[in-house]
Design a protein around this ligand. Structure first.
Ligand SMILES: NC(=O)c1ccc[n+]([C@@H]2O[C@H](COP(=O)([O-])OP(=O)(O)OC[C@H]3O[C@@H](n4cnc5c(N)ncnc54)[C@H](OP(=O)(O)O)[C@@H]3O)[C@@H](O)[C@H]2O)c1
Length: 293
């Protein structure tokens, strides 16, 4: 059996998806840069790829906004170091490894001490393949406990622990003055995590780890709503994006279907910026369409 490509997984599911989606009234299809108005944002998984691009656009499009970028090895992210040189005052880089809960707690503590609150939390990290350690499965025969546990730990367990530890800081407004009426938690998921959209199979570990992330995020969103916390907790599918994660699987992506990081993040920030309380617990694709569970 051949290795499924990212585009196969995303695109073959598309026609079914179209029957069960709803277009959001508030979503603008324009790709103009989204303007933010102050506030404190945290991007977890910011060393490269989509996470790094989030940090860049949040800094460039918001002259008053502060950004905390977290990653495993801050000193080896040339992209973050470059942004730190440009936005020294407004960018704070913090070490965080999702597999080490104490590093999540330490980041939360330092954010509390430095800023006191958080208006936006983006969990952007994720793993699909790691040379010699993790390969997306093409058949049940290739499913291994180690792959399942690793992808669950990084793609589902870690992000939800980040939400847990940052929850007390998620507030509307705050000293750095954003006028948003909800704080936003955005967890980067993937369309392949949708059970209703799974007509292709394969990629057991990655797919099910994103399904777990979806369920955990949905569960958290119900609790936020019940406690009347002004937080919109959403899941985002970025499309097929040209990053290290998709590189080994880009072979069959049709022309025009492989997005740049810049385009995808512009779209995702537009969804985040327009997020309302009613969006709490929803799973959106890059174009603002809801994805079935
Ligand atoms: N690219 C796509 O086509 C696509 C499609 C659908 C969904 N997504 C999702 O979008 C998100 C971003 O993906 P991407 O394309 O930007 O991937 P990427 O370029 O491979 O970046 C992955 C990021 O995750 C971080 N990470 C991995 N393990 C970590 C850990 N234990 N602790 C903290 N950070 C860790 C990496 O940090 P290091 O530099 O330290 O390794 C890196 O910053 C992921 O959740 C992915 O599943 C991507």
């Amino acid at each position: 059996m051949k290795l499924l490509t990212l585009s196969q997984c995303f695109l073959m599911a598309a026609p079914i998806r179209l029957t069960s989606i709803t277009r959001r009234a508030s979503f603008s299809s324009a790709t103009a840069a989204v303007k933010f108005e102050g506030g404190v944002s945290m991007v977890q998984g910011a060393s490269r790829g989509i996470g790094l691009e989030f940090v860049k656009q949040l800094l460039e499009n918001n002259e008053k906004g502060h950004v905390i970028a977290t990653c495993r090895n801050p000193n080896s992210s040339s992209g973050l170091i470059h942004l730190k040189n440009k936005f020294a005052e407004r960018l704070c880089i913090s070490q965080l490894d999702l597999t080490i809960e104490s590093s999540i707690e330490a980041s939360a503590k330092s954010i509390k001490e430095k800023y006191g609150h958080l208006n936006l939390l983006i969990n952007a990290s994720g793993i699909l393949s790691i040379p010699d350690a993790l390969q997306p499965e093409t058949t049940l025969n290739k499913v291994e406990k180690s792959s399942l546990m690793l992808t669950y730990e990084v793609n589902a367990v870690g992000p939800i622990l980040v939400v847990k530890h940052l929850w007390p800081l998620l507030k509307v407004g705050g000293a750095s003055g954003t006028e948003r009426d909800v704080a936003v938690v955005a967890n980067l998921s993937a369309r392949v995590g949708s059970i209703g959209d799974n007509h292709l199979g394969g990629w057991h570990s990655y797919r099910s780890s994103k399904t777990a992330l979806n369920q955990l995020t949905k569960t958290v969103s119900v609790e936020f709503a019940r406690k009347k916390d002004p937080i919109a907790c959403i899941l985002l599918h970025p499309g097929t994006v040209d990053t290290d994660l998709s590189k080994p699987f880009q072979r069959n992506v049709p022309q025009g279907k492989l997005f740049t990081k810049e385009f995808s993040v512009q779209k995702l920030l537009s969804i985040i910026q327009n997020a309302k309380r009613d969006d709490n617990g929803k799973f959106f694709a890059w174009d603002g369409q809801e994805i079935p569970w």
